[in-house]
Design a protein around this ligand. Structure first.
Ligand code: ZN
Length: 113
């Protein structure tokens, strides 16, 4: 089952058992860990650094760049923006509806060049 939203949890230590649909953010070890958003159960480890991933937190989590799990069978590729999973090449119309509903998004657009 694909996830379209991710909860976030700031942790001091990565828990041994990861829940689906949760981003575990460990600032002590500069890492974000989550189970692949496609639901395949693979553990995805994203190191936080200027050369790897950058985390933005404003109540919701955004990660840059996108997450491409090409090392796994599912070959998932998605962005995490404001706690939402945005699938690359996703044809599911429900995801579009969900993002459109949020008015906050258009507000942010004003600041983008
Ligand atoms: Zn997967």
């Amino acid at each position: 089952m694909k996830y379209y939203e991710m909860k976030n949890e700031f942790v001091h230590r990565i828990p041994p058992k990861l829940e689906d649909g949760v981003l575990y953010i460990c600032l002590a070890c500069d890492v974000v860990i989550h189970k692949c958003a496609c639901g395949c159960g693979e553990k995805v480890v994203l190191p936080l650094s200027p050369d790897h991933w950058q985390l933005r937190y404003d109540g919701e989590v955004s990660l840059t760049p996108s997450i491409g799990n090409y090392q796994y069978d599912c070959k998932s590729h998605y962005f995490i923006r404001n706690g939402k999973v945005i699938w690359v090449n996703d044809k599911d119309p429900t995801s579009k509806k969900k993002t459109r509903r949020k008015k906050k998004k258009s507000f942010f657009k004003c600041f983008r060049k």
